[in-house]
Design a protein around this ligand. Sequence first.
Ligand code: 5AD
Ligand code: SF4
Length: 471
Amino acid sequence: MSTKSNLNDNLIISEWTEHVRNLNTEYTLETGKIKKFKLDVFGCQMNERDAETIAGMLTDMGYEEVYGDDFADIIVFVTCCVRENAEEKIYGHIGALSKVCEEKGSIIVASGCMMQQPHVVEKIKQSYKNVKIVFGTHNVHMFPELLYRYLTKGKRVFEVWEKEQRIIEELPIKRAEKHKAWVNIILGCNNFCTYCIVPHVRGRERSRKMEDILSEVRALAEDGCKEITLLGQNVNSYGNDLGEKDLFAKLLYAIEEIDGIHRVRFMTSHPKDLSDSLIDAMKNCSKVCNHLHLPFQAGSNRILKLMNRKYTREHYLELIGKIKAAVPDIALSTDIIVGFPGETEEDFEQTLDIVEKVGFDSAFMFIYSPRKGTPAAKLEQTTPSEVISQRFKRLADLQTEIATKLAKRFEGKTVEVLVDGPSKQNPEMLSGRTRDNRLVNFKAEGVEKGEFVIVEIVRAGAFWLEGRGGK
Ligand code: 5AD
Ligand code: SF4
């Protein structure tokens, strides 16, 4: 259900949408062609989800989506600034498009987290003239209006809101997949980990109303969706801003009742907010998958404190003990940062120790990257970069060894896989995910994307399982 003011916002958005659609209809009548758009999305699942809104808006405005090297009139970047290498890659991609913009008249739209940083917008204004429209994370809903302004006046449009606003429900959406879907439950982050730019670019926590989430999930189920992933920077604090305790666990119980949904996933969880009632819900809800992504970031209490993570290594290990006891076949994944300013060999060994003690099925490992405006960026880096690179390799090698050992137990066993389509590693194979989020590449006849299949695993490695399957 939308609120009244939401309805007003939605009316305004649909008016701008119609204005652009009219321009496109005229263009099609004159030329017989339909204008095309393409997305280039970086970063986390929240950005993937935002991209689906942008694609929905463009589709409603009369554009048709194209992929890969196909020509597009509009190329939209959904940007990420969590680490410096993401930013550099984005500048590289934008720069590489200058020829197609000049010769064929494509325009670039830049949106997302990077655009919330004034120094980035300034650099784009000065050095990337092919970027014609810029908006940020807080005003995605303005895109049709900004596009109309650009198309009718021909002047570059920069409109970035500094602060978050309340959530606007029922924005258009063109989902990337039918069989599985991202569902936002909470936007923003209140945690201010000292290394992280996210709270600065995505604003404070705002939870969607439970009834809005449930009606979205019901509609997805009716449309044939089988798996949903509930999204938020910190899903465990869902509902805190609505004044209710343990609302995330309640949400999982409510989704359990929705027919048609077979699998429920969620990410990301913060160890400081992972409650006993959530662990109970994971145990009791048959649709909640046996996978938990629980970033620990660093293994030493000294570094955890400098990171403002608000838990200790002992607390983290206790949580892992609880979740393993409640859900014995749980698969665990995590995020780890190597080389936080001043990380000593002893600190790093504590990180290796957690990796050994927990036994993660997978881990996302990052070298610390200073982000302008975050408290950690002011700390002096006393660890040489060669030492950090060596540590990163030691960590990655250890994690691969552990993940390989853990995966071996699947050889000769059968697993249930939800099919995603052709495999990226081997296009002759199909690929999909198990309930515990393992990637499986397999050979099978007559199997379609979006179906569940039983696959016999013939080979298991750290990053994927290989098998043969049938219905
Ligand atoms: N440097 C390196 N990694 C970072 N992350 C967040 N900020 C930084 C940074 N400045 C990592 C954390 C987080 C993941 C999404 O990205 O591990 O969990
Ligand atoms: Fe960044 Fe920490 Fe918030 Fe995650 S919890 S988005 S790491 S500030």
